[in-house]
Design a protein around this ligand. Structure first.
Ligand code: DX5
Ligand code: ZN
Length: 228
């Protein structure tokens, strides 16, 4: 499997976003942007104007995670602005097929996210419409929360459904991903890892990305790991 690391700027300094993005530009694959509207989740972060501004100041592709109540209305705009991946939540979207297609038509990869309490099986039919499935490993809304091990069987199941479908769909985990928990995620079949605190809370964020990548890659190669 090819491991991808997507540092979340939720754990960076919002007043120095471009500087903090630069810290991981040489080692990260993506920059994960948590867009929260204070409605779908009880927290408010940044939106389209900040994403558009940041695009001009980082070479990293932006992975926009929309935790907003009306992704049907807003998701295509993030893709049109230049985000390389746009993930919407299954719990919030009204017309998933239309919105996922609109994201792709606007030039981005389309991601579909599910919360810890949302089963993955009902979304198997949507796999042809997505480029990445995001399985949340905390309740969305805040950084620095403890990883929920109870989600791991669902990560494994998601990998099975993706394998059955065929094609190249990435499986992302987000929330509480650290040097300690990333192994379990990789063994369960995840290949794209969001990490906020574990990267920007580290003394050397670039090195933290490399360590996470090496740990995940080793765990993904272990016998019994759900191959991606
Ligand atoms: C939580 C966000 C995450 C968050 C992860 O709702 O979606 O991306 O930044 O932060 P850590 O890695 O600190 O759990
Ligand atoms: Zn996120």
């Amino acid at each position: 499997m090819t491991v991808q690391i997507s540092p979340s700027v939720l754990a960076a300094d919002f007043a120095r976003l471009a500087d903090d993005a630069a810290l991981v530009a040489s080692t990260a694959d993506w920059l994960h942007i948590d867009v929260m509207d204070g409605d779908f989740v009880p927290n408010l972060t940044i939106g389209l104007p900040v994403v558009a501004a940041l695009l001009k100041h980082t070479p990293l592709p932006l992975d926009c995670h929309l935790m907003i109540a009306d992704p049907d209305r807003w998701a295509p705009d993030y893709a049109a602005a230049g985000a390389r991946n746009v993930t919407i939540h299954a719990e919030a979207v009204s017309a998933p097929v239309r919105t996922l297609r609109a994201i792709r038509s606007a030039g981005a990869r389309a991601g579909l996210g599910i919360n810890p309490g949302t089963p993955v099986d009902p979304y198997a039919e949507l796999l042809p419409e997505v480029d990445m499935l995001l399985v949340m490993t905390v309740e969305p809304g805040f950084g620095g929360q403890a990883f929920l091990d109870l989600v791991l069987p669902k990560v494994r199941r998601a990998r099975e459904l993706i394998a059955r479908h065929g094609g190249e769909i990435w499986l992302q985990v987000d929330g509480g991903v650290t040097e300690e928990t990333i192994e379990r995620c990789a063994e369960a079949g995840a290949d794209n890892f969001v990490a906020g605190t574990a990267v920007f809370g580290a003394r050397e964020p670039a090195a933290a990305v490399e360590h996470l990548r090496a740990t995940a890659a080793a765990a993904g190669r272990r016998p019994g790991a759900s191959a991606s």
